[in-house]
Write a protein that binds this ligand. Structure first.
Ligand code: TXA
Ligand code: MG
Length: 318
């Protein structure tokens, strides 16, 4: 087990020495290292067992610290930054020279964001470098939304976990890129598409399913895996009938109830934001009950619903 606590000075010390620390954000916990130091970045890839073709998001303390480093930030990106940072939005911007190409897997675009968590913002303000940080889970598994989740999976690989409590949003950041001036969402996430469109005053397009040979890497279909086989359906009743005699766990939403099967409801009163916050921890709890299969119900596609279904879909791909 790794030590965990709220000691920012200790975390800053470890990071400055080139080692890695798990950090809280409003979306999910990240596994952080000095983004300007290739050795630290290598430690991140190694601890996660993550392939080098899958690039990392770089976290800064403010939009000002980003614009001091990055040239050529377009009007659209600027607008979004002003409204949504700190917050669950990641943008692809021109990579500055001081970021090693290991971080971007060779791309000349770097994914950046300002996370919205008081501890991590304080930590970043204490550092003279930005933090590269993927979600703090072994590659391909469910993202962690608490310090305990991080400790269970990576506790023997890292010296310290900065414990900021449960993540408020519970889904990874929304990733957006600008291709010839057109906003393209590469990953659905904690910031709703409608909010982005409202600020930009235009529709965005989507390029979120990259299958197994990704152009924008990391959007592999299979992701967020639980140990147990997971099935995503919009008709739980008929899905259950396909598995007689199996040990089934259900992931429910809203007024759906089951007195026959063990289950968790993501939000009994049908609140999508609450469902997002509960999603990953619920998947972990169901998985720990060791069922033969987990059957998950699709949630309505309003607000964060699309992003939730995206995670459930990826978790169900084998
Ligand atoms: O909310 C989040 O974004 C969390 C917290 C810790 O900030 N981070 C996170 O990182 O989810 P990760 O590594 O699990 O997912 C980052 C995604 C990957 O799919 C990666 O391929 C993509 O962002 N990405 C990162 N840099 C990229 C780049 N330069 N070009 C295209 N995609 C990039
Ligand atoms: Mg991840």
């Amino acid at each position: 087990m790794a030590e965990s606590g709220t000691d920012i000075i200790k975390a800053a010390h470890i990071l400055s020495s080139g080692d890695i620390v798990a950090i809280p954000t409003e979306t999910v916990y990240g596994l952080a290292g000095n983004a300007l130091n290739s050795d630290a970045v290598l430690k991140i890839f190694k601890a996660k067992n993550r392939p080098h073709f899958d690039p990392l998001i770089v976290h800064y303390s403010s939009f000002d610290s980003i614009s001091a480093q990055i040239n050529g930030i377009g009007k659209q990106a600027q607008k979004l930054a002003e409204v949504f940072w700190p917050g669950p939005l990641t943008m692809l911007l021109p990579k500055p020279d001081n970021i090693p190409s290991l971080v971007t897997s060779g791309s000349d675009l770097v994914a950046v964001r300002v996370p919205n968590h008081p501890l991590t913002l304080q930590l970043l303000a204490n550092l003279d470098f930005p933090l590269a940080a993927p979600s703090a889970n072994p590659f391909g598994y469910v993202s962690p939304t608490s310090a305990v989740h991080v400790n269970l999976q990576l506790g023997d690989k890292i010296p310290y976990i900065l414990d900021g409590g449960d993540c408020a949003v519970g889904l990874e950041s929304t990733i957006i890129s600008f291709e010839n001036g057109n906003p393209v969402i590469l990953r659905l996430g904690g910031l709703k598409t409608e909010e982005i469109e409202e600020v930009l005053g235009e529709k965005v397009s989507f390029n979120t399913l990259q299958h197994s040979n990704p152009k924008a890497p990391g959007q592999l279909d299979k992701h967020y895996a639980t140990g147990a086989k997971m099935i995503l359906t919009d008709d739980i009743e008929s899905e259950i009938l396909k598995y007689p005699g199996k040990n089934i766990e259900l992931l429910l939403f809203g007024n759906q109830i089951s007195d026959k099967y063990s289950n968790i409801n993501l939000s009994k009163n049908g609140n999508i934001d609450e469902a997002a916050k509960n999603l990953f921890s619920s998947m972990r709890i169901l998985d720990a009950r060791n069922p033969d299969i987990i059957i998950a119900m699709k949630v309505p596609e309003t607000g964060l619903g699309k992003a939730i279904n995206d995670r459930l879909f990826r978790a169900s791909v084998r």
